[in-house]
Design a protein around this ligand. Sequence first.
Ligand SMILES: Cc1ncc(COP(=O)(O)O)c(C=O)c1O
Length: 491
Amino acid sequence: MVTVHHTAEQPVQTSTDQPASTTGQQQSSTHRAERTGRALADATLKEIIAGQEEIFVRRQPNSAHLAEAAQQHLAGGVTSSWQITAPQPVWLSHGHGSKVYDVDGNEYVDLHGGYGAALAGHGHPAIQEAVTAQVSRGTHFAQPTPNAVAVARELARRFGLPRWRFANSGTEATMDAIHLMRSITGRDLIIKIEGCYHGHHDSVQVSVAPEPEQAGPAAKPYSAPSSTGIPKAITDLTLIATFNDLDSVARLLETHQGQVAGMIIEPIMMNAGIIKPEPGYLTGLKTLLHQHHALLTFDEVKTGLTVGPGGVTRQEDVQPDLITLAKSLGGGVSVAAIGGTETVMDHVANGGYEMVGTFNGNPLAMAATRAMLTEVATPEAYQHIEKLRLQAKTGIEQAIAASTLSAHVVTAGAKGCVVFATEPVTSYRGFLGVDDRYSHAHWLYQHNGGVFLPPWGKIEQWLISVQHDEADIDRLIDNFAVFARAVGGPP
Ligand SMILES: Cc1ncc(COP(=O)(O)O)c(C=O)c1O
């Protein structure tokens, strides 16, 4: 049973068959009759989405007003282009624990987690205390503070790389990692995986989410620009390989002998749902790259603290040359870290590459990060998250089994998603074939039922924080069951 959590006006008449008794949305006998247990006809799915979007908008008049008013002085009415969501941006008032509240007073179980950055949840006492104490002692010096040593030591312990530096966002961290790979090897080319996202700097804005017509042949993917404003000369320096395909990397290294500086990869892809590496793939990459005197960077900006205490690096027991971290690292405060082997970081230490930034190692960020690593992301917290991961996976799998939906659940620690396809997805080309309309419909059902998943359909995943509990996950599962009945109920 889904509890009613809405404080906003309840919809009185909708075109969905979500039970009125559970979410306030009335049933439509027309749709029940139309539903035959098969995948819904396009028109019906469209109508279901339209009905849910109508409810969405009706519940959020203040967001609509702010979105409109913001257009005047905020470009596009938002603070980052990925905050523009359909049917309208959601304006938040505050967060507490595992919940966030919109400006209309609606409560949501927050599984959006600020695009994967809220592993601590909201207002965690340890983060509050660390930040408050630091605010009164000064928030910026551009000189190192003792917390930086404690943080670097703990990152070295968790991830196995001995030396660290800091930055402020994932984008900065991966930019530094790529500069460093080029600087050390004196080579210009890099290899990147089709469908991986590493931030918004030039070298990695290539083949992030190419449309089929841009992507080129599967056996030889193109370097497709992912944004305007990036010179072709730079795009051409980024070669594209296929996830879980060692041959595609070997081919590039052979074709461009002695020219490849290194490779950057999300060791579990998390900007295309969740795609895991096949056994031996990551080790194979390291061997191949090292044979060609090229370096390997694991971009663990998303996976870092969320899949486990030492990221994919520790889980898969493959030590890359460089690791980048950001998102959840600072407990909600903006921070990033770059870890490297002694050889790599000696190049920074001896001035071979100047890794700089006014706010690098900022005292506020360091205080929050230290609290995050030592008091929030503890072994007990990971055990708690593991229970909730299993609860979510099992509950949603049961709802899928009771429906005719073609879907499966993929989880990795605190992260998880429903993939609306029967077969596992192993690379970006498989992901391209997943029908995004079901993800959007699911997102709307969750939202209208009081669970805030990350928007952007099939791309993103949920994030369970250390402050979520079983009741939060129940709400996720219950909403999913309502959605599954509406779009893929039994015949
Ligand atoms: C794997 C990965 N790397 C890098 C980034 C960029 O991080 P930021 O948005 O903090 O610049 C992201 C952002 O989503 C990411 O998912």
